[in-house]
Design a protein around this ligand. Structure first.
Ligand SMILES: Cc1ncc(COP(=O)(O)O)c(C=O)c1O
Length: 410
């Protein structure tokens, strides 16, 4: 299918399926909670006061709308090596300028408002890079709710600045030492906590995955990225971009950018998975190297061994180090509306340095994957064409990892 989706098809069915993907494969104890959450979300969607409160917080607390930025020097730099007449114009949606430094806060604000509507008094979350943990701890401090963050022990190690930030914000950070000590294991622990504490606890999931209605509601809260970008493009240059690019961990910033453009048949979309050390070695590219299975309450593409055991993911970027992907992306891949490709650790490091040098912006390692892909794509596109990429996080949290990878002493 090619770029002719009707908007009614951009929603999951009533049991949360995007085609064969999604759904709600959860323990019986969780089912009433998931259904409660869905009921509350539908009520909130229809409540103008909920939207007014959300919009107010996004504007005055998060700092939205985030700017839309034409990266002129990066465009020129990439044109130097492009074939004659090639070298698309590169624009960025600057979601790294949000309060807390990434897109994760968009979703956390929405979910904590739902938690409060539901009368929940305790918040839990999982985190990989720590950005979702920081955003969750932030909204918990803002609304005065206790907060427990599950984080893989390996991620605690490589994302120290964010661990300290969460503690400063009053959260309890619990290092998880099962499996590979990363995001998948943190999410398992958070789900266990939730089952044990369903009466008072709300689980703020950080990406467009998990059981229905999470993939849908996280997508909706992150769609502010694409809605703003679409309006900003039209008002700045009176046209839409030719290609959207975003990095994918679980897929929330990507679906947030893509979703409001799905009906624009002339806008192509490219999701970038982490190819780690290479697709034939350790990586985190679930679409490129996985097959459908069930994890964390939904059916989607997963990295697995021959027996169906979930395989460990690897990426230099803690936020992309997840062996699954949100179910809507699996569906968008299957119907051919979005193209998916991957970028290695080494290429992402090049993208990281390129943006620092050309634009004076230090990106997180997650969007550095998108930047590397932008460089690749721009060389194939004409000069009057436009690429819009999501700069979903800033790089402060990653400078130690990058220094080590580049052999610099800190
Ligand atoms: C800055 C940043 N970008 C991207 C991601 C990946 O998440 P998602 O694919 O849900 O946007 C993360 C996850 O921690 C992140 O911190």
């Amino acid at each position: 299918m090619n770029a002719t989706i009707n908007s009614f098809m951009n929603q999951p069915d009533e049991r949360g399926h995007f085609g064969q993907f999604g759904g709600r494969y959860v323990a019986e104890t969780l089912m009433p909670l998931i259904l409660d959450l869905e009921r509350e979300y539908r009520a909130a969607q229809a409540d103008p006061e909920f939207h007014a409160q959300l919009d107010d917080l996004l504007k005055h607390y998060v700092g939205r709308p985030s700017p839309l930025y034409y990266a002129e020097r990066l465009t020129e730099e990439l044109r130097k090596d492009a074939p004659a007449g090639k070298g698309a114009q590169i624009w960025f949606k600057r979601d790294e300028l949000n309060h807390t430094g990434a897109h994760k806060i968009n979703n956390c604000i929405g979910q904590i408002l739902l938690a409060i509507r539901m009368g929940k008094t305790r918040i839990i979350a999982e985190t990989g890079a720590g950005q979702h943990g920081v955003a969750t701890a932030t909204v918990c401090a803002r609304f005065g709710l206790p907060c427990v963050i599950y984080m893989g022990a390996k991620d605690v190690e490589r994302q120290q600045p964010n661990v300290f930030r969460m503690k400063l914000l009053g959260a309890e950070v619990i290092p998880v030492t099962s499996g590979a000590n990363t995001l998948k294991d943190a999410m398992n622990e958070a789900l266990r906590d939730w089952v044990a504490n369903v009466h008072d606890t709300f689980y703020i999931i950080g990406t467009a995955a998990g059981p229905h209605p999470y993939p849908e509601l996280v997508r909706d809260f992150q769609s502010v990225i694409g809605k703003e970008a679409r309006a900003q493009m039209l008002s700045r240059i009176n046209r839409l971009p030719d290609l959207l690019v975003a990095a994918i961990g679980g897929g929330s910033n990507a679906i947030g950018l893509f979703h409001p453009f799905l009906d624009d048949s002339d806008v192509a979309m490219l999701g970038i998975e982490a190819a780690g050390h290479g697709l034939d070695k350790e990586h985190a590219a679930s679409l490129a190297g996985g097959r459908p299975g069930i994890l964390h309450g939904n059916k989607t593409y997963l990295l697995q061994d021959e027996d169906g055991q979930i395989a460990e993911a690897h990426s230099i970027s803690a936020g992309l180090d997840y062996p699954g992907i949100g179910p809507e992306h699996s569906w968008l891949k299957e119907i051919g509306r979005v193209r998916y490709d991957s970028v290695t650790d080494t290429e992402a490091l090049e993208g990281f340095q390129l943006l620092c040098r050309t634009e004076g912006i230090i990106p997180a390692l997650e969007p550095s994957h998108a930047i590397a892909a932008v460089a690749r794509e721009a060389a194939k596109m004409d000069r009057d064409q436009i690429i819009l990429a999501n700069l979903c996080g800033r790089g402060d949290k990653d400078i130690f990892t990058v220094a080590e990878a580049l052999g610099e002493k800190m």
